[in-house]
Design a protein around this ligand. Structure first.
Ligand code: NAP
Length: 258
């Protein structure tokens, strides 16, 4: 397959709000990318992101990543345009705290589809269009480090992404395509819009701008993981030291936001 080397693009999923908007602006400011593909379901919000770009052109792709049609829309566009993808930011995702036994099957299925399946499928689709020196970032979470009772499916989905990212990084090393798992703690996006105040369980709710500024530094330095904040780094160290059983027990004592 002949890639159009004159068309260097970035693909950002979940570009309609929160981290996705910040990633779009940061990648735009690098002035290395001709076009940024902005993917999510809410068209108006994607158009708002597009308006904030100062250098690159944008392509708004309205796509529900929980569906086969949503994924195949991206596949068809790639086949048509044959762009060179310099950045793939797998960012779309969602979750909420609840007791698993009362959780909604449809919600859980969609969460796994978007948080896990879509990241895997989109990465596989995009890889043939990535050349040496390109970057993949998979947005996981600090929830990836440990089992989290009452956030069980979400935490497991993010643990999957963390593990997947480490493996993929090694598989792609010979091509010099780096993979960074971005593992933020609580940040003030729509994800935490229901939380009042600036703390959740003693953890500060961070400014998404700062989280993604750090993430971009780590992505460009080809680091395996990006963690923002002293508290989150501490949590990561603790989670490496303690057995999962103990981590799950202590996590179950923490009241997560509704
Ligand atoms: N904020 C935090 O505290 C935090 C912490 C750790 C990790 N994260 C992770 O960071 C990522 C971004 O979240 P955020 O904090 O920026 O929250 P957000 O503002 O709610 O953004 C979530 C993004 O995902 C997109 N999305 C959700 N379902 C989708 C679907 N079916 N198809 C396509 N796009 C979909 C949303 O777009 P549409 O609704 O327009 O489709 C939106 O652009 C997520 O993976 C989240 O798990 C967030």
């Amino acid at each position: 397959m002949q890639i159009n080397k004159n068309k260097k693009i970035a693909i950002i999923t979940g570009a309609s709000s929160g981290f996705g908007v910040e990633f779009s602006k940061r990648i735009d400011s690098l002035r290395e990318i001709e076009e940024i593909w902005l993917i999510a379901r809410r068209e108006q919000k994607l158009l708002n992101t597009s308006k904030q770009l100062k250098n690159a052109k944008s392509l708004v792709i309205v796509s529900d990543l929980s569906s086969k049609e949503g994924i195949s829309k991206i596949k068809k566009l790639l086949e048509k345009e044959k762009p060179e993808v310099k950045f793939l930011i797998n960012n779309a995702g969602f979750g909420k705290t609840e007791k698993f036994e009362y959780s909604d099957d449809d919600y859980n299925e969609k969460m796994i589809d978007v948080n896990v399946k879509a990241q895997v499928m989109v990465t596989k689709l995009v890889l043939p269009y990535m050349s040496e020196g390109s970057y993949i970032a998979n947005v996981a979470s600090s929830a990836a480090y440990a089992p989290l009772p009452y956030f069980a499916v979400y935490a497991a989905s993010k643990a999957f992404i963390l593990s997947f990212s480490y493996s993929l990084k090694e598989e792609l090393r010979h091509k010099n395509i780096s993979v960074t798992a971005v593992c933020p703690g609580p940040a003030g996006t729509e994800f935490f819009k229901s939380v009042k105040g600036n703390k959740v369980n003693g953890l500060s709710i961070r400014d998404p701008k700062l989280v993604i500024r750090k993430a971009m530094v780590d992505i460009l330095k080809r680091r395996s993981v990006s963690v923002y904040g002293l508290d989150m780094n501490l949590l990561r160290i603790i989670s490496k030291l303690l057995p999962r059983k103990i981590l799950a027990y202590f996590s179950s004592k923490v009241k997560l936001p509704d």
